[in-house]
Design a binder for this molecule. Structure first.
Ligand SMILES: Nc1ncnc2c1ncn2[C@@H]1O[C@H](COP(=O)(O)OP(=O)(O)OP(=O)(O)O)[C@@H](O)[C@H]1O
Length: 306
């Protein structure tokens, strides 16, 4: 990847998306605090960080679901608030974590509704064209054989792949994915990220799995307490120190065969001995003789040992 970082996490060349000092807060707390980064055209960037750090909130600011309380987001050099809704929808497609439920549509009907939503009203529908486009996208996510199944009858992972296919029908320049690998087994996690990487469009995705993010993303943004903790290549970001600082977990970094990206081996700590001191002690005969202890002890006994 050919890109340059300056000291403020900005890159100057070919910037497709520029996020500048974005803040977002609720009445009670600040969630995002001056988040800045840029994404080059065609780049796949992973947003990392612990639960609740603000990944979804950041993505929502980028796809205009919410408005940043301060700061700006630029797409192709223009502030995203200057785009009309139709223009913005032509550029940006989104797949969020929450699958719509209660559908009585087949997969094909669902995808067709996505195409219709994008089509200007004055254009007529060419059915053959439409079918070709839908089939191509379903094939891409390996779900052509489910085209006539009810969307609701699919597994969570299959539904997720249909949502990706629907987003791709929009032919977006920028695809935003909120935890695209959620619900997927390891095979489809890999397939999905390979697919996303092969699209050749700009992708911004929140990802929990650090190894997958390392293997497939060009750049990573690591959030910590609402701020950018690290931004750069997987090599720059996925260091022992950063992982310990943000996730409070010890890890070894190593390189599999000839891979250029780092792999992470976590050290799974075990509960320390001091935690065992809270385990209930078995009730002794003498304790059982005491009336007061007796009732609570047998309650406890019933709960714990039943
Ligand atoms: N509309 C809202 N009102 C109040 N608090 C909110 C709202 N949206 C987000 N938050 C809070 O902002 C914080 C960040 O939430 P967000 O969903 O962005 O985190 P995340 O990094 O995506 O988490 P996860 O990894 O668990 O999906 C959380 O503490 C959340 O409760």
């Amino acid at each position: 990847m050919n890109c340059q970082y300056d000291s403020h996490h900005h890159r100057t060349q070919y910037s497709h998306v520029t996020v500048k000092d974005v803040c977002w807060s609720t009445d009670k707390k600040s969630v995002l605090d001056k988040v800045s980064f840029t994404v080059n055209k065609g780049e796949f960037i992973g947003i990392l960080g612990p639960n609740g750090v603000g990944k979804s909130t950041l993505l929502r600011c980028l796809y205009r679901y919410i408005k940043a309380s301060a700061g700006e987001v630029f797409l192709n050099g223009h502030n995203i608030s200057s785009y009309s809704q139709a223009e913005f929808a032509r550029h940006v497609a989104v797949v969020t974590q929450h699958c719509p439920t209660g559908f009585t549509m087949t997969v094909r009907q669902f995808l067709r509704s996505g195409l219709l939503a994008k089509k200007p009203w004055w254009k007529s529908v060419n059915q053959a064209d439409e079918t070709t486009q839908i089939n191509a996208q379903l094939n891409r996510v390996n779900l052509l054989d489910k085209a006539n199944d009810n969307f609701d009858s699919l597994s969570g992972g299959e539904q997720q792949r249909v949502l990706i296919a629907r987003a791709l029908l929009q032919q977006p320049q920028l695809l935003i994915l909120d935890e695209p690998t959620n619900h997927l087994d390891i095979h489809y996690q890999i397939e999905t990220l390979k697919l996303v990487k092969s699209l050749g469009i700009t992708v911004i995705a929140s990802i929990h799995d650090l190894n997958l993010a390392s293997a497939y993303c060009d750049s990573l943004l690591l959030l910590h307490q609402g701020k950018v903790s690290a931004f750069g290549t997987p090599n720059d970001v996925l260091t022992q120190e950063n992982i310990k600082h943000v996730y409070l977990v010890d890890a070894d970094i190593y390189y599999h065969s000839n891979n250029v990206y780092p792999s992470i081996r976590f050290k799974f700590s075990q509960p320390s001995k001091s935690l065992y001191q809270f385990a209930p002690k078995p009730v002794t005969e003498t304790e059982n003789k005491d009336e007061n202890v007796n009732s609570s002890a047998s309650e406890l006994k019933g709960q714990i040992y039943a």
